[in-house]
Design a protein around this ligand. Sequence first.
Ligand SMILES: C[S@@+](CC[C@H](N)C(=O)[O-])C[C@H]1O[C@@H](n2cnc3c(N)ncnc32)[C@H](O)[C@@H]1O
Length: 236
Amino acid sequence: MKTQPVQAGFERWAVFEKIRTANRMHHREVGQALERVLTAGFEQPPRILDIGCGDARDIAAILKRVSAGDYIGIDNSAAALDGARANLTGCPCPWRLIQGDYAEALAAVVPPFDLLWLGLFLHHLDSRQKRDLFEQAAELLGPTGRVLAHDPVLLENEDRDGFIERIQRFSSTWPELAAEEREMLARHWSQHGCQERLSRLNAMAFHAGFSEMEILWRDPAEFYALLAFRRLKPSV
Ligand SMILES: C[S@@+](CC[C@H](N)C(=O)[O-])C[C@H]1O[C@@H](n2cnc3c(N)ncnc32)[C@H](O)[C@@H]1O
């Protein structure tokens, strides 16, 4: 099935906010895992690049508690970046926001980074764009750098239609949504996004020069995963 790329996120931001507040996309657990990586995963305070940062609320809260070299957030939504600016105010590390399509914005950043953070961003890209992004990531990261990605993923024996049917069934009982909001969400999922199987993401990253994908966290219903991809050490 051919899907439309997500251009402007959810049709109604309020619905995204409701399911985010109910932790349906598991920002809470993922934020905790991200904080553990940022606290203990690097020898030096890491340089962080966040593509599709949105309002950066979770990472901004983390950056007020852990040391970072600097933080750059990229998003094509001016409204999201207004929120990010407010949330990042008071962070002790240097930070900067770039508005625009990520592919163009990447030309304005100076590598190397230690962490490329992709929070619910990868499924906005088609498969070709994801492969290209992994290639770019390998160039943007230093030798011990890594990509962390929180994203909805397909089961290995599932295609996208199966995933959409499964998540629509799962979300049909969410009490925080009114009936018409559930319909909007179902429409959003069926029209937008390009979710992948874990094996395919692993293959794309491996092809770009990353080591075996690590699954840092998975929700019990297996809709979302937090994945880590490390740069392969250059051979000597
Ligand atoms: C689902 S939101 C995720 C926000 C946040 N990272 C999180 O985890 O909650 C995806 C974000 O990606 C941004 N986005 C989508 N396509 C983009 C593109 N081509 N270039 C830059 N940002 C994009 C959207 O504006 C949106 O803020």
